[in-house]
Design a protein around this ligand. Structure first.
Ligand code: TRP
Length: 437
């Protein structure tokens, strides 16, 4: 793969509405990374994945729009990175099937999300697979196709996704092995230990599932209200406050400069009242978010523009990579133009046509003696002299099967066959034997 740029690929599941935790933990660092010159970046809306959980069409559409608008508003530049919607690249779905046919079911049984569903069913005394769709089970294969279709080198993910990347490597490797060439680059998970996780309103990790989030583009008044509803302890104004473990302080810190953070820590030590502290946190968050919010609202008012951006990204990407690559993969697996079929079974144009594995045949002639011959396909390589017993003939065959051609007295090379040729054929026989064991 010559000196191409490192390919970095990230999928964004289109469910829910992005919150400040997503912004700080994923969107902001990913957009910063997308500006690097030494990488070719792929950012896509994993809308096919979203169908596994969300089966409300209006919500799916809405969420896809909101998430696309959010990434664009936060500065993702579709001229500079590949920005597309998974469902606009049909080659991903086709590759999913190719990978499904090489993926070990046993590996999928071990996927965390599937196992968690099974464990929950067991705990509740239900059938193992109660309520589990094949979509949930196949999640890692679709994700593998997302990554392998573009031969991504690196996939920035959270810890919970590392297993999926390992599975993608496994599927890619199996395919490469079965079809005999390095079709797929094996991707690596890129786990950033530094990224901030934010606490939510109640002090637990900010997460949709805890219902404690601050929506990224909450209108200004709502943002203020939510910040003011954040959990604090009961220390009165004038009493020194702890910065450690304070969700407000943590939120301030991820939006402030080092000097501002130091000043805020001093204010905590000096006993700033919680009302004042909240006002400062609100202002520092809004300072960064306000211009993005304005862009977001403008984008949301023109969904047709977002549609054009996404379609254009997918179209260019398909032409550039997905369509030629899937054509190559179809060829690899044998979904081929029939008119190019060769009448003798061979293993394709790309692989050198290997000589067939030779075979020994034992037989008895009219003279009552026991003979053997060595054939390679239809070609006769040698014939033995007549032996008195089948055991004698068998012993000689056994020696030849070990690759020994010495002692020319008891066989005769067929017309036009050299002893080199027979030696090569015997070597091929031995190699095939080894492969089988
Ligand atoms: N599974 C990822 C998540 O939940 C989303 C995703 C889908 C993804 N396909 C991907 C991430 C490919 C990276 C690469 O966050």
């Amino acid at each position: 793969m010559d000196n191409r740029k490192t390919r970095i690929l990230t999928g964004i599941t289109t469910s829910g509405t992005p919150h400040l935790g997503n912004y700080v933990g994923a969107i902001r660092p990913a957009i910063a990374a997308s500006r690097a010159d030494n990488a070719e970046s792929f950012y896509f809306l994993a809308d096919l994945h979203s169908l596994i959980k969300a089966q409300d069409p209006a919500r799916t559409q809405r969420s896809t729009l909101e998430i696309a608008a959010s990434w664009l508003a936060c500065g993702l530049d579709p001229e500079r990175v590949w920005f597309y919607r998974q469902s606009d690249i049909p080659e991903i779905s086709e590759l999913t099937w190719f990978l499904t046919c090489v993926a070990g079911k046993g590996i999928l049984n071990r996927a965390h999300a599937y196992k968690a569903a099974v464990d929950k069913n067991r705990a509740e005394g239900e059938d193992d697979d109660a309520g589990v769709t094949a979509g949930l089970f196949m999640y890692p294969v679709l994700m593998g196709a997302d990554i392998l279709i573009f031969n991504a080198d690196q996939v920035p993910v959270g810890r919970d996704q590392i297993q999926h990347i390992e599975m993608a490597r496994d599927f890619g490797q199996r395919f490469n092995h079965i079809y005999g060439r390095e079709y797929f680059t094996l991707p690596e998970a890129l786990v950033d230990e530094e990224v901030a996780t934010l606490s939510g309103l109640d002090g637990r990790k900010m997460s949709k599932s805890y219902n404690n989030t601050i929506p990224l583009f909450a209108p200004r008044e709502q943002l203020k209200k939510l910040v003011f509803s954040m959990l604090t302890d009961s220390r009165a104004p004038g009493e020194p406050k702890e910065t450690e473990g304070s969700p407000l302080f943590q939120l301030y810190k991820v939006f402030a400069s080092a000097e501002e953070t130091a000043a805020f820590a001093r204010a905590y030590a000096d006993g700033i009242g919680w009302g004042d502290a909240k006002q400062q946190v609100f202002e520092i968050v809004d300072r960064e978010i306000a211009p993005l919010r304005e862009r977001y609202e403008a984008l949301m008012a023109r969904p047709q523009d977002i549609e054009v951006i996404l379609r254009d990204g997918a179209k260019r990407l398909r032409e550039r990579y997905a369509m030629p690559f899937i054509a190559e993969l179809r060829e690899a697996v044998g979904l081929r133009d029939l008119s190019s079929a060769s009448t003798i079974a061979d293993s394709g144009e790309d692989a050198p046509v290997e000589a067939p594995v030779p075979t020994f045949k034992q037989y008895r002639e009219a003279d009552g003696k026991f003979y053997f011959k060595l054939m390679q396909g239809d070609r006769l390589l040698l014939t033995s002299i007549g032996f008195d017993s089948p055991r004698d003939a068998g012993r000689r065959v056994a020696a030849m099967k070990e690759g020994a051609l010495e002692g020319n007295e008891d066989f005769r090379l067929a017309d036009g066959v050299s002893s080199d040729e027979v030696n090569a054929a015997l070597a091929r026989f031995v190699a095939a034997q080894l492969e089988q064991n």
